[in-house]
Design a protein around this ligand. Structure first.
Ligand SMILES: [Zn+2]
Length: 220
């Protein structure tokens, strides 16, 4: 778990490599269904086009199907799911039926101000889509894409990387995930990792110490 700009994508990739387990992202599963034009894909595309979120029932169904796949039998890393206590309870039922359990919930925590500073310094190349960060990963020439094929295209700030938009996203995230943090906290599987001012490697070192715990059975 982690709000916008908390580094969830970066850490997911590191966990996936360290444990040799698949990274299961509901967003990715839905994109594949849409691409392959399955029944689920058509249903979800229709909903998203109308500005709706995927209903719990549909989300739980695709997760159940994905977790039954052979590559998930030694465990997997879930990303983007569960997003509510109702989904978390459904997940418990799914994994119990398959003889597993939720071993560990990592909550990446970064202060609101740091998230705002990380995301407002993000710039995107409108030609190739490359993402830069003015603080951590600046282009070699100020304001221009490094990709030779882009011929010095001017980097832009996306509308949803503006401070007011980011603050609203953070607010919504906190409100929605608070009950979920309490749910997993009460189960004793929640570990909060603070990312404030740390490099991605330093954050991962902390996560790795939790992955090594004997309670974590995945990837073995
Ligand atoms: Zn470019």
């Amino acid at each position: 778990m982690g709000g916008p700009g908390a580094g969830k994508g970066t850490q997911s990739a590191k966990i996936e490599r360290a444990l040799g387990i698949p990274h299961v992202s509901t967003g990715e599963i839905f994109r594949q269904h849409i691409e392959q034009q399955t029944d689920v894909g058509r249903e979800i595309k229709h909903l998203l086009d109308d500005g709706h979120l995927a209903p719990d029932e549909l989300t739980v169904r695709v997760v159940r199907e994905r977790l039954a796949d052979a590559d998930c039998q030694q465990g997997c890393l879930l990303d983007g799911f569960p997003r509510s206590v109702a989904q978390a309870k459904a997940l418990d039922e799914i994994v119990e039926l398959q003889g597993g359990r939720v071993d560990l919930v990592i909550n990446l925590e970064v202060s609101d101000d740091e998230v705002v500073s990380r995301l407002t310094s993000r710039r995107v190349c409108p030609v190739c889509g490359a993402i830069y960060n003015l603080e951590y990963n600046p282009p070699s020439v100020d304001g221009q894409c490094d990709n030779p094929a882009c011929e010095g295209a001017r980097l832009i700030q996306r509308d949803d990387d503006r401070e007011d938009v980011i603050r609203e996203r953070i607010r919504v995230y906190h409100r929605k995930t608070e009950p979920l943090l309490q749910f997993y906290g009460a189960k004793g599987v929640l570990k909060t990792v603070r990312g404030e001012g740390k490099t991605p490697d330093a954050v991962f070192a902390k996560i790795e110490s939790y992955l090594a715990s004997p309670d974590v059975a995945c990837g073995t």
